[in-house]
Ligand binder design. Structure first.
Ligand SMILES: Nc1ncnc2c1ncn2[C@@H]1O[C@H](COP(=O)(O)OS(=O)(=O)O)[C@@H](OP(=O)(O)O)[C@H]1O
Length: 293
């Protein structure tokens, strides 16, 4: 199924805003329709911040965040539907909660998410020019990018998982052990998969296969919008496990993304020499990031 809504979004560079969150102009223009979207009890929603590997999980799904084409497509879809969104948790249409829909959220560590988003801005002609990595990092940390603050996004959904039927996954875990993570998804969806199908899924959703698949790498879509010679859509798919907290304490200690989310301190980080985050009102970054990009 063609992802109409994404295409429409990409062609419209002007930004809008909903409840203080930067969203695409089409999303803000038809926000009433998005907010009043009627979820069905057997809908599955897949949610991520931008560049957290959504296409890793998407198959035949439509984007509900925006544009009437996407909404119309979703309304016309037979059940059970799978939809995807980049909306932060507070902007999810209330019917998803009222209908107790299952939701899968995928979080990616801030450093890789930031770097991927930076290169996406460089190669996508309809997104604002990101400037230098330093300038983009400031915007990213201030939440002045499409879909708002990465920190608020991952943390907002993390808190929501205790109240709703949300399976919270990590991009890095999916890279480390796709079989284990797919089995988690199957359990959550109360479905069985035989090993042959499971192995096919693992093979076809690997970075190496997806990066050469025109259905996933966008080389056949958005011609004139995405310039793959600047940076390919499926760029690196790198995983970084250990992060360190940038806090009033000078200590840095390796932590996994999940451990960071469980702490009520700031967030996030990198393999060795990049840091972004905020803790106890402080935030900042260490400058030696070139090697990580
Ligand atoms: N299967 C698989 N395995 C590993 N990594 C993958 C996979 N699919 C997508 N990716 C990486 O995810 C980044 C793109 O994220 P999204 O697909 O969410 O982009 S978008 O927000 O929908 O435009 C982008 O990350 P970077 O390569 O680091 O830029 C993709 O390479």
């Amino acid at each position: 199924m063609k992802n109409l809504s994404l295409e429409d979004d990409m062609l419209l560079s002007e930004m809008g805003e909903v409840q203080g969150i930067p969203v695409t102009k089409p999303t803000s223009t038809i926000w009433d329709q998005v907010w009043n979207f009627k979820a069905r009890p057997d809908d599955l929603l897949v949610a991520t911040y931008a560049k957290a590997g959504l296409c890793n999980l998407e198959s035949r799904s439509v984007l509900i965040k925006s544009y009437s084409a996407g909404l119309k497509l979703a309304e016309a879809m037979p059940s059970p539907r799978t939809m995807k969104t980049h909306l932060p948790v507070q902007l999810v249409p209330p019917s998803f909660w009222e209908q107790n829909c299952k939701i899968i959220y995928v979080a990616r560590n801030a450093k890789d998410n930031l770097v991927s988003y930076y290169h996406f801005h460089r190669m996508n002609k309809v997104l604002p020019d990101p400037g230098t990595i330093e300038e983009f990092m400031e915007q990213f940390m201030n939440g002045e990018v499409l879909w708002g603050s990465w920190y608020d996004h991952v943390k907002g959904w993390w808190k929501a998982k205790d109240k709703h039927r949300i399976l919270y996954l990590f991009y890095e875990d999916m890279k480390e052990n796709p079989k284990r993570e797919i089995q988690k998804i199957m359990k959550f969806l109360e479905k069985d998969l035989d090993d042959e199908v499971l192995n096919k899924i693992i093979y076809n959703t690997s970075f190496e296969i997806m990066k050469d698949n025109p259905m996933a790498n966008y080389t056949k879509d958005f011609v004139g919008v995405m310039d793959h010679s600047v940076s390919p859509f499926m760029r690196k798919g790198t995983e970084v496990y250990y992060c360190y907290i940038f806090s009033s304490q000078p200590n840095k200690f390796p932590l996994k993304m999940q451990e960071i989310l469980e702490l009520e301190v700031g967030i996030c980080y990198t393999d060795a020499n990049v840091g972004i985050g905020r803790a106890s009102g402080q935030r900042g970054f260490l400058p030696a990031y070139e090697g990580c990009i």
